[in-house]
Design a protein around this ligand. Sequence first.
Ligand SMILES: [Ca+2]
Ligand SMILES: [Ca+2]
Ligand SMILES: [Ca+2]
Length: 488
Amino acid sequence: MDNPESVIMNFNPLHRTTGRPAVLRLTAGVASVWMVAALLAACQTPAQSPATATVTEAEPALISASATQAATKPITESITTTNPVTGTTTAGLAAPAPARLGMTQQRADGNRLAAGRGSLPALTLLDIPLDGPPAWVVAAPLDDGALWVVALADGAIQAFMVKDNVATPSSITPASLPPGAPPLLVVEDGQARLVQPAGASPLTAPVLFGADGLAFIDKQGALVIQQGGETTTLDVNALPDARILVDEADRLLLLTDPTPRYDHGVLGDGLEAGAIALVETRPAPRLARTIVIPEPRVVEGIAPIWADLDGDGRREIIVTLSGYETGAQVVAYNEDGTVRATGPAIGQGYRWRHQLAVAPFGPDGETELVDVLTPHIGGVVEFYALEGDTLTVVAQQPGYTSHVINTRNLDMAVAGDFDGDGRVELLLPDQVRGELGAVRHQDGGATVAWTLPVDGQVATNVAAVTLADGGLAAAVGRADGVLRVWQP
Ligand SMILES: [Ca+2]
Ligand SMILES: [Ca+2]
Ligand SMILES: [Ca+2]
C-alpha cells in the first residue's frame, strides 16, 4: 500500500516538510481517581443483563502497562491537571515536538473530553464566513493560537489561523475530501496537514499511532495498518463508518461485523455492528480479541468509548446495545469481553441513546458517564454513576440534543471545563440547535450552567481545542455558512 497522501500546509517560511510521520503519544488523562460510595437513591429501574458475549482470547492489558518506557500520563489523572492536548514523545526517539491532532471526536480513545481550562462565557465570539454550509470542524493549537479547519458539506476544505480574535485564511491541501469525510488534522513542527490515505473509506477518518503508525479502514472493510515501512491488512469486516480508537499501548479498537438485523437506521445507514475488534500493533499487527454481540442486539453507534469507568487503571469498552425489545442500553465491557456494568434499557425498540463522554462530572468529581437519551425526539442529558455493576442514571437535564437524525455526525457534543471553575460541563446544542448549553451535574441535580448564542443553527460537530497555555477554545459551524469561534 502506498504512503498516505499527506498534505502539507505552510506557515511563515515557505518550505515543505518531508512528510515525516507524526510522532505522538496519547495521553490518557481522563477520569477522576475518586469513585466515592454512592449516596444517591437507588431509584432507577434495575439494569437488564445483556446476554453473555462470545469472546476470543483474554488477558486484558493494564493501562499503565505500556510496552515502552514513555512517560504516559495515567488515566486516573484529574482533567484539571492534565497537560494540554495529547502528548509526550515515544521513548528512544530524538524528541521532536509532539504532533497535535485535530479530530472530530476530540480524543483518540473516543472520549469526547477536552483538557484544559476555558473562559468561554466571558469571551468575545468570532464569526468567520465560509464558502458554503459546513459539515465538520477540527482544530489544533499552533503558536499562541489555533488552526481551525472546516470541511464543508460538499467536501471542500477551508482553514483559518485564529489568534488575538483575528482569523487569517490559510491555504491547506487537499482542497477537498470526499463529501462527508471527517478530517484528521495534524500539526507538527509548526506545519499542518490533513491525512488522507489512498483507498480509505470516505465515511470515516484514519488514525495515527506510535512513532510512525497509520491505520485506516479501506473500502472493503479491511483494517490497513502501516508502520515501519510495512503494510498489514487485517480482514476485520469493519463497520464502513467505524471510527478507529487508539490507546497508549498503540492498540486499536473498532466496531465490526455490519448487520442489518436491527433496522432502526438513524445513524446514516441501515447497518449496525455485530462485534467489537481489539487489534494489537506491537510487535506486529494482529487481531487480539473479538467481542461478539449476541443476536438480536447490535452496537448502535460508530465507536465505543474506551475509558476507565471504575478507576482501576484498566479501560472499559463502553457501547450502546440496541434491539427490538430492549431499545438502547449502555453496556461497559471489560477488555476480556465480560460485562463490567450495564445501564437501564429503554424497554422498547427504535429508541436510541447517544453515549458521549466519561469524565469527573459528579458533584464531588466522581467519574460519571454522560449520554443523551432519544436525541431526535426530545433529548435528555443523562449522567450515570457506576454503582457496583450497575450504571445508574443519577441526574437528567431535558431540552438538548447531540445528533441530527440520519447523519453520521456523532460528535455534536464535547465535555470540558469550559468556564475554568474546575468542574466539567457537557457543551451541546439545545433541541433546535440555536444555542449551546453547558450542562453540569451539581449537588441537587443536573443544571444548565450557562449558554452560548449561536444566532443560527449548529450544523457540525461541537469542536474544542486545548491551546498551548492550557486554555480552551471551541467552535461550531452554522448551517448558514459561518464558523463561530470562542477563543481567548
Ligand atoms: Ca450504521
Ligand atoms: Ca476500569
Ligand atoms: Ca467548568
